[in-house]
Design a protein. Structure first.
Length: 142
C-alpha cells in the first residue's frame, strides 16, 4: 500500500522550516503546527484583487421624483349628493365641509380632482371609489 505524502513533508520540500511553537487545534480537533497554520492562513487571507473605491457619476437628482397621478371623480346622474359626500368622508377621512366642496364641484363642473398621489395609492383610491359605484379615474399629474 502506497503511503500518502504528509503535509509536513510538503512544507519541508518547499523550503519551509518547522518552527518549534505550541500546536494549534483545528476545527475538527486535530493538531496543526504553527508553521502550517501560518501558511494556510496566509494563502486564504490575501485577496487576489484589491478592491477599489468607485464613485457613481450618474446619480439621480433631487428634482426627479416618482410620477404622481390625480384621482378624478366624474359627475353621474345616479348617485345622490349626500351619498357622494358620505363616500368622500369615508374614503379620504375628510370633514363634511371639504367633502361637500368636492361634491359640489363634481355636480357643477362635471368633475373634481380629489387628491394627487403616487401610482399605487391613486389606483387604490380609484378602486375604492368605483367600489361605491362612483365614476372615478386617475390621470397623470403634470
Amino acid at each position: 500500500m502506497q503511503e500518502r505524502p504528509s503535509i509536513r513533508g510538503k512544507f519541508l520540500r518547499e523550503g519551509w522550516t518547522m518552527a518549534v511553537q505550541p500546536p494549534e487545534l483545528c476545527f475538527a480537533g486535530c493538531v496543526i503546527s504553527a508553521a502550517i497554520l501560518k501558511y494556510v492562513m496566509a494563502s486564504l487571507s490575501e485577496p487576489s484583487v484589491i478592491p477599489r473605491r468607485t464613485v457613481k457619476s450618474d446619480t439621480r437628482s433631487d428634482d426627479r421624483f416618482a410620477p404622481t397621478y390625480y384621482v378624478v371623480c366624474w359627475n353621474d346622474p345616479v348617485n345622490f349628493m349626500v351619498y357622494v359626500t358620505h363616500v368622500f368622508m369615508k374614503i379620504f377621512g375628510w370633514e363634511r365641509q371639504k367633502a361637500e366642496k368636492h361634491m359640489m364641484e363634481v355636480h357643477e363642473k362635471g368633475k373634481s380632482v380629489l387628491v394627487r398621489e403616487g401610482a399605487e395609492k391613486a389606483e387604490f383610491y380609484v378602486q375604492q371609489l368605483q367600489g361605491y359605484k362612483l365614476q372615478a379615474t386617475m390621470e397623470p399629474a403634470e
